[in-house]
Design a protein around this ligand. Structure first.
Ligand code: RBF
Length: 177
């Protein structure tokens, strides 16, 4: 259910995620257009505590703000959104506010979905974006896969450590698991 408190919290999380997205760390020099930032942890928190739909809304607000105020790169933002959605939607659905096992399974399936899905998407997008032949993009594939696997593994571990505590603070009446 969406009450005024929840709408306010969702707005704060979207704003925080937008600011956190300014931390842009390229993990591998070979694919320095892929930049790690921890903002999807805030998105995943809202998806876990509220719902996958709320998570997608927070992800979209974060990306729209970042597009307007920082990057102005529609391809980069679309890829960030696609990666985030491929990760948080399966993770939050599988978790389903159930138990630790479902939560960990959610992280694993989410990370695999985002890593596999983004490998495919990059094969389609990168040849146009960098105007390089597909053979060249194939050489980047291990780095692209590695980047996404690392990015979403970090997000999973941090979310796994903090999500119950954050839930206890935000929704003390409902926080059981
Ligand atoms: N972000 C990801 O999390 N995974 C990706 O596979 C991914 N592929 C991208 C491919 C291209 C061509 C671009 C321009 C960006 C991509 N991004 C990806 C987003 C990037 O890491 C960064 O978040 C955005 O560019 C915003 O700075």
């Amino acid at each position: 259910m969406l009450n005024a408190k929840r709408v306010a919290i969702i707005g704060v999380f979207a704003a925080l995620a937008f600011v956190v997205m300014y931390i842009e760390i390229p993990i591998f020099p070979a694919v320095n257009f892929l930049k790690y930032d921890p903002s999807d942890i805030l998105v995943l928190l809202t998806a876990f505590i509220y719902s996958p739909t709320v998570g997608v809304i927070v992800l979209a607000i974060k990306d729209i703000l970042f597009f307007i105020f920082k990057s102005q790169d529609i391809v980069g933002i679309a890829m960030n959104f696609a990666a985030g959605a491929l990760f948080i939607v399966p993770a939050a659905i599988i978790y389903g506010k159930k138990n630790r096992f479902r939560e960990i399974l959610g992280y694993i399936i989410g990370t695999v979905a985002a890593t596999g899905g983004m490998a495919l998407l990059n094969m389609i997008v990168v040849p146009y974006y960098w105007k390089i032949p597909l053979e060249e993009v194939f050489k980047l594939l291990p780095w692209i896969i590695g980047f996404n696997a690392i990015k979403f593994s970090i997000d999973s571990v941090i979310n796994g450590i903090i999500h119950r505590r954050v839930k206890n603070i935000l929704e003390p009446d409902e926080a059981k698991i």
